[in-house]
Design a protein around this ligand. Sequence first.
Ligand SMILES: Nc1ncnc2c1ncn2[C@@H]1O[C@H](COP(=O)(O)OP(=O)(O)OP(=O)(O)O)[C@@H](O)[C@H]1O
Ligand SMILES: [Mg+2]
Length: 248
Amino acid sequence: MTTMIEVRNVSKAFGGVQANKDVSIAVPEGKITGLIGPNGSGKTTLFNSIVGYHPIDEGSIRFEGTEISRMKVQEIARLGLLRTFQQTRIYGKMDCVRNMLISVPQRTMGWSDMFGEQFSAEDKEKAEHLLEFVGLYAKRNLLAGDLSFGQQKLLEFAMALMNEPKILLLDEPTAGINPTLINGLIDRLKRVNDEFGITLFVIEHNMRVIMNLAEHIYCMAHGQMLAEGTPDTIRNDQRVIDAYLGAH
Ligand SMILES: Nc1ncnc2c1ncn2[C@@H]1O[C@H](COP(=O)(O)OP(=O)(O)OP(=O)(O)O)[C@@H](O)[C@H]1O
Ligand SMILES: [Mg+2]
């Protein structure tokens, strides 16, 4: 099994808050790996560190063997490592197709791209195909700002796929999604992994979802890695149970 992302002994503090402390993980290529933990345990901070959103204080982060902990977000994205946000990042005043088209970072954007019709027919076709894949084809010409929160998250997911990443880090993909649509989203995530060959690393609060989706799960608590293992191991780990019970 090849390791795609290797995080070793990473620490990150914000002022007096030790958001990540001595965190180590290995995300295997081609699989779906989960990351759980109570609110404030440091999950999003770990994602932010991996994608270069902020510098880390200590440790090492490798992507396919290359040290990326001092690289910029765009450089890391170009290597094929992308993430989605817990709060979506879309352009509310543009329609869905246009959001898709401008999400490709390699594109050098100019005013004509923003307002003209400079995108290739191939890209438009790809955008529409991916919108269909996430179930938003009927909404493709609506302004992204007019979509529900759940639909905006699906749009953001499709925007990430537009870039054909090697690995996608998803921060709570089912949060805010209508419960009746969650099973469909789980199937799509599995297809992205299976058919598109994209490795997934997923933060999720919904235990049913992550147990169904991930082969291997990491659990954080108080900024540290508490436990790791198969869904069954994690489900029955007393430290994990205590961390969640103690959080309420
Ligand atoms: N930019 C920041 N500035 C200051 N403190 C931060 C910042 N980002 C995170 N923190 C703090 O770091 C800790 C970990 O936060 P983080 O967002 O990583 O947790 P999380 O596990 O993603 O939580 P949740 O499940 O609620 O999303 C929290 O105490 C949080 O307040
Ligand atoms: Mg978070």
